[in-house]
Ligand binder design. Structure first.
Ligand SMILES: Cc1cc2nc3c(=O)[nH]c(=O)nc-3n(C[C@H](O)[C@H](O)[C@H](O)COP(=O)(O)OP(=O)(O)OC[C@H]3O[C@@H](n4cnc5c(N)ncnc54)[C@H](O)[C@@H]3O)c2cc1C
Length: 466
């Protein structure tokens, strides 16, 4: 019998799943069978980050939703070599289909697995799926990567956009291979890992993602260009965790939004599409410049004497800096594993320019805390805020945490939601509580912003002269 394995990785959905659509076609042509598989990698299992807990809970919800169709997703636990050797032995597979990674550890693993399987004469079919355009699709005329967003975007926007692919569920069911779990023990280990999660995440299914998208289109999209920077209102799509786990495809999002052109809010739609392109841009940058995981993109800023002050770093993490907007952002992150984009910029700027702490420490903390953690976007965002990345904010334009607060959270709605000490503080003083004579159990500012701003600029200028 012809059996092919569909390896799920960051694409926990049935609709517009590129590898799955091709696998089904393969099975149909050969009257073959398909088997769904997940590699439960000890590398991910050992770290109990919000990101991993959210990820594996999404996997579990997907497995449960597959059960409704009578489909089982098999789980194998162990190192790559061991797992794929067992997979070949148990299934006698002819082919494997998966949506490949183009960056980071995922890419290294994919290259390794591909070589291993080919040695065993397994046909390997891989696809670009997670991005609208892959890392090597939008390049300059001379074949080199763009380093600045605006020309990249112009080229990105012109390219034809693939439409979502649909799947015939009945046909899929007819082609599934029904066998007992490959390893009851491994599946039990997976369930036990989930049982000890520190937090429960809900609304992680494909259905939930489609619902979030529809709600965004119906309510926030028309005002997106005006409200996307206001953290106190639901002005953005909050699709990032779904895009990260792939419970929705980028093509589904893009086309659902683009279909709204002509409804009277084209500027909002264009603004949103630009944000989707930032995701592809950072992914492209990371694929071409993988050293940016640990090194600044801009060479002359690779050896800035950043501080590694652990005490201040803790204060920042706990949201006790004494700057209400910064603290609200950090507390939202701790509570929800997600933070509004404006706040990600504000807190990253604060850590690097007010505390002068190494951006890599912030990047790593976000890696632990964000349920939408995406290596390329996170590195891009951090290097942008620290002024050391591609197309980054210039070092002399330092965010003022008080002005940001007044501008983007004018009546303090967002601050009040996450800093309960200030919940009943009057709007007039909420941005600078230390200036009022109301007694409150909230820290005084831990730094003098204007002094730190000068120090940050001097730090960069010193390097400019070297
Ligand atoms: C320091 C820092 C760290 C970040 N880390 C991550 C991360 O780990 N994962 C992540 O997905 N995003 C990251 N971002 C980008 C951005 O903050 C989030 O994508 C956004 O807040 C998600 O919310 P949303 O889905 O409501 O966004 P929306 O405004 O609804 O945007 C729609 C989608 O566009 C993409 N997008 C929007 N803005 C950006 C951006 N600046 N860069 C890349 N993609 C973008 C996201 O996929 C997002 O879901 C980071 C930004 C900064 C400044």
């Amino acid at each position: 019998m012809h059996t092919a394995v569909v390896w799920f990785r960051r694409d926990f959905r049935l609709h517009d799943h590129t590898a799955l659509v091709h696998a089904l076609q393969w099975a149909k042509e050969r009257e073959g069978k398909l088997l769904f598989f997940l590699h439960f990698d000890p590398y991910f299992a050992k770290e109990r980050t919000y990101h991993h807990e959210y990820f594996f809970q999404t996997v579990e919800h997907f497995r449960q939703s597959l059960c409704e169709y009578g489909i089982h997703m098999h789980v194998l636990y162990g190192d790559t070599d061991q797992v794929f050797t067992r997979l070949i032995r148990h299934t006698n597979m002819r082919a494997i289909f998966f949506n490949q990674d183009e960056v980071g550890r995922g890419k290294e693993r994919d290259d390794y697995v591909q070589a291993l399987l080919q040695k065993h004469e397994v046909e390997v079919y891989t696809y670009d799926d997670a991005h609208m355009h892959g890392a090597f699709e939008v390049l300059k005329a001379d074949g080199t990567p763009y380093k600045v967003y605006t020309p990249y975007y112009r080229a990105w926007r012109k390219r034809p956009k693939r439409f979502p692919l649909s799947i015939d569920i009945d046909l899929l069911r007819a082609h599934m291979l029904h066998i007992t779990p490959l390893s009851e023990d491994d599946e039990r280990a997976f369930t036990m890992w989930l049982a000890s999660c520190t937090k429960r995440w809900e609304h992680t299914s494909e259905q939930d993602a489609l619902h979030v998208l529809q709600q965004f289109i119906d309510t926030a999209l028309p005002h997106y260009h005006r409200k996307r920077d206001i953290p106190g209102v639901a002005g953005t799509s909050r699709l990032s965790p779904h895009l990260r786990t792939g419970t929705i495809s980028i093509r589904t999002v893009f086309h659902a939004v683009a279909q709204q052109f002509g409804n009277g809010y084209d500027e909002a739609i264009e603004t949103y599409i630009k944000e989707l392109a930032w995701r592809d841009f950072y992914h492209m940058i990371y694929a071409h410049f993988p050293f940016t995981k640990t090194e600044a993109f801009i060479e002359k800023y690779r050896h800035l004497p950043w501080s590694r002050d652990d005490e201040r770093f803790e204060v920042w993490k706990e949201g006790k800096t004494g700057f209400p907007l910064v603290d609200a952002g950090m507390r939202q992150l701790k509570k929800e594993g997600w933070m509004h984009n404006r706040l990600r910029m504000v807190v990253a700027s604060f850590l690097t320019k007010d505390y002068l702490i190494d951006w890599r420490m912030g990047e790593q903390y976000f890696q632990h805390m964000l349920i939408d953690y995406d290596e390329a976007s996170n590195i891009g965002g951090w290097q942008w805020a620290a002024s050391v990345g591609t197309d980054a904010v210039p070092y002399f334009r330092v965010f003022n945490p008080i002005e940001q607060s007044k501008k983007f959270d004018p009546d303090g709605t967002y601050i009040r939601t996450y800093v309960p000490e200030l919940a009943s503080f009057p709007s007039a003083h909420i941005h600078e509580p230390w200036k009022s004579n109301i007694k409150v159990d909230y820290p005084a500012p831990t730094v003098d912003h204007s002094l730190q701003r000068q120090r940050a600029i001097a730090l960069f200028q010193m390097n400019e002269r070297l």
